[in-house]
Design a protein around this ligand. Sequence first.
Ligand SMILES: [Zn+2]
Length: 272
Amino acid sequence: MDCSICSAMPYILRPPRNTICVACYEGARTIITLTTNKLDSEKASDNKPSNNLISSSNSTKGFANALKWVKEMKEMEEELNEKISYLGGFFAAFRDQIHTDIQLQPGNNEPSIPAHRALLAARSDIFRNILDSDACKAPPNHKITLPELNHEELQSLLEFLYSGHLPKEKVEKHVYSLSIAADKYEIPFLQKFCEHQMLGSLNSSNALDILEISDTCSNQSLKDTALNFIVRNMEDIVFSARFDAFALKNPHLTVQITRTSFMDIKNRRTGA
Ligand SMILES: [Zn+2]
C-alpha cells in the first residue's frame, strides 16, 4: 500500500496524500499514548503548579506533543551526560591516586590499592562502619583487607564505586565476585548492575552459576528466573559435567531444581 509517511517517494502519491499504512498508524498511536502517559505521570508527581510545557500540553495534540517530549528528553540526556562527566572527577582521583588516604588489601597477599575513605564510606555502610570503628586517626597507609577478592576483582569493585560503571569485558569477567561483594558490603546499585548483567546473559552454560550466586546473595527474583530457566532446559543442563560439581556443592539447590521440575511436569500434564 502507498503510505504518505514511510513510502520512499511520498510526493508521487495521488492527492490528497493522506493515506498511511498499518505499521505507521500503530506506531503513531503508540508514540502518542506513551507521550500522554508520560506527561500525565509528570503532572501527577509534580506538586508545584505545572510549568508552561506541561500546562500547554492539552492544547497541543498528537505528534506536536510527542515532538516536544522528544526534545525535552534530548535536553535531559545532554544535561545528564554533562553531570556524569562532572562526577567522573572522582574516578580521575582514584586512577591518578590523588590524596588517597587508605589502602585496600586483596586476598593472596597481592599488592594493595590506594583509595579514599570518604568515598568508601559514602558508597557502603559496611565500609563506613569499618572506618568509624577503626582508630579514626589511623595513618594513610592503614589497610582494610577484602580477603574474598583478588587484585583484579578489587580493582573492578573500586572502579565501579568511583564511576558507577564498568567496561563490558570487566563486568563479564567479574560479575559473580562483584555480585557477592555488592551483597557483603551492601552496595545496592552494584547489586542491581550485576543482576541486570546476569539476566541479560542467562543461558544453559551459566544458569547453574547464576542460581548459586542468587542463592548466596538472597536475590529471590533472580533465583526464580534462573530456576525456571534450568527447569525449561533440563536436558542441556542436568547432563553437563558442571552439574556434577554443582550438585555436590549445593545439595539444597539440587533438591529445589528437582522439585520445581517435578511441579512443572505435573502442571503440564494437568494441562495448565
Ligand atoms: Zn507507512
